[in-house]
Design a protein around this ligand. Structure first.
Ligand SMILES: [Zn+2]
Length: 485
């Protein structure tokens, strides 16, 4: 059966580290990059007799995310012990939330590029988002015949955000993660750094024949350490499961690991070996009630979120929905855009220059917008030179990389290089005469109604002027000269 006849059903579980100074149940620091086991105490090491105390800041940040994801915030909260034995879990149980999570059902809007270049919106339901503590980390590198354990991460606050299986393609999964990350960034509840483990994702993937409503058997894929990896792993699973079904095999429920180098998923454990967590209420943390006033007070602290910001940018500055959506995906990018406008630059031009030229240069140099050598004011300066006809857009594309390299303002580079645009009509007319004389075939073609020939002739004028002619003027002059006499 062709791949197109199957419908993928995807759900994502995202673990995000909440940005608190201390751990979720003790006062140890959460700082990254400390000496192994520097940030530990009897409570996060699970010593007998130690008592956990809930970090209110972690709860507050968790509720903020719930509110931003349109979740129903629970009135009654409880913590539970999730029991399993693993070397990096000092207590042999993890404090998590089982049946009374802080955040109940909600939803998140994702945007995908439609066939017409516009945006298509899809509402993805969020099943729940609950608080839990992180485990430690095993160290194997450079150690022969043994493993060492670093418990600095043990007890770091996590929020596990579980989606409903509403996603239907790897692209939708990517869009969901991008939208979720943007919200977390805007809320300033997490640094969302995947390399440091602040954002982790597992994907549940199954497929079924199109038109069918019954869910297929799913595989859970772990070890996904980038959004691209999530997308690739899901695509791999769809193809693997489709090939099995085509061969008359049965997909079995199992947990698989993604290997990014090989571009494949591998069996980690089958259902038979799956954990039975034997959840039970955490006796050292009593259930408690959250007042409506507390929740409302937190709601009042919510900042402008990505969707609202995109709508505002589109409305105020006449941007397309697509451009606005790209700009708000990363909060620093949207800030950069608005900083450029402080110099009264044309918003559409700023948006285009950021999205095409600047982002390309940043990607090429593996830099983020926050450490861009070309600051917002400098980019606005470059655009001002185009707007006042000092340089044309083509020259500007050569100026930007030099600004990037040298940190000099656009005006200085243009002056040094002698790139000031020529708007001297007589000068352009002389060049145009030469070009017309040298290209009789194009002239005949243009006069015979072939409009592409004009583009070629304008190009020749630009070339002869070393890119300095004003292209609009060159165009006008040529058209006038080529008019039948
Ligand atoms: Zn501790």
């Amino acid at each position: 059966m062709p791949l197109d006849d199957y419908e993928p059903v995807i759900g994502l579980e995202v673990h995000t580290q909440l940005d608190t100074k201390s751990k979720i149940f003790c006062s140890c620091s959460t700082r990254f990059g400390c000496e192994p086991n520097q940030n530990t105490c009897p409570t996060c090491m699970g010593m007998p007799g130690s008592l956990p105390v809930l970090n209110e800041e972690a709860l507050r940040l968790g509720i903020k995310v719930g509110l931003a994801l349109n979740c129903k915030i629970s009135e009654r909260l409880k913590f539970d012990r999730k029991n399993y034995f693993y070397p990096d879990l000092p207590k042999a149980y993890q404090i998590s939330q089982f049946d009374m999570p802080v955040n109940g059902p909600g939803w998140l809007m994702i945007e995908l590029k439609g066939a017409d270049g516009g945006l298509v919106e899809r509402k993805i339901r969020v099943h729940r988002a609950h608080l839990e503590e992180d485990a430690g980390k095993l160290l194997h590198e450079g150690i022969e015949g043994a493993s060492l354990v670093d418990f600095n991460r043990a007890g770091v606050p996590l929020l596990e955000i579980v989606s409903e299986p509403d996603l239907r393609s790897p692209e939708e999964a990517y869009a969901y993660l991008t939208a979720l990350k943007a919200i977390l960034q805007y809320l300033e509840v997490s640094d969302c750094n995947m390399e440091e483990g602040s954002l982790r994702c597992d994907a549940n993937v199954s497929i079924r024949k199109k038109g069918e409503t019954k869910l297929g058997t799913k595989a859970e894929v772990k070890n996904l350490n980038s959004f691209k990896a999530v997308q690739k792993a899901i695509q791999y699973e769809i193809e693997r499961q489709a090939a099995m079904l085509d061969n008359g095999e049965r997909v079995v429920q199992e947990t698989r690991l993604w290997n990014d180098d090989k571009g494949q998923t591998f069996l980690m454990r089958s259902k038979e070996e799956a954990h039975d967590y034997r959840y039970f209420p955490e006796p050292d943390l009593v259930p408690f009630t959250l007042s409506a006033e507390t929740v409302e007070a937190i709601r009042k602290t919510l900042p402008e979120l990505p969707a609202a910001r995109a709508a505002r940018l589109a409305k105020n500055y006449g941007l397309s929905a697509y451009d606005a959506a790209v700009l708000v995906q990363e909060k620093p990018l949207a800030n950069y855009f608005e900083d450029c406008l402080k110099s009264k630059a044309n918003p559409k031009m700023v948006s285009n220059w950021i999205q095409s030229e600047l982002l390309a240069l940043l990607n090429l140099n593996k830099l983020t917008i926050e450490n861009s050598p070309v600051k917002a004011e400098a980019l606005a300066g470059l655009i001002a030179l185009i707007e006042n006809n000092t340089i044309n857009g083509k020259i500007a594309k050569d100026v930007l990389p030099l600004m990037f390299e040298t940190g000099k303002p656009a005006g200085e580079i243009v002056k040094e290089k002698g790139w000031v645009q020529v708007t001297d009509t007589k000068f352009i007319e002389e060049i145009a005469d030469g070009v017309i004389e040298a290209n009789p075939k194009s002239v005949t073609d243009f006069r015979a109604g072939k409009n592409q020939a004009l583009g070629f002739l304008v190009g020749q004028v630009m070339k002869a002027s070393q890119g300095k002619a004003n292209p609009k003027l060159a165009n006008e002059i040529l058209v006038k000269k080529l008019q039948p006499q």
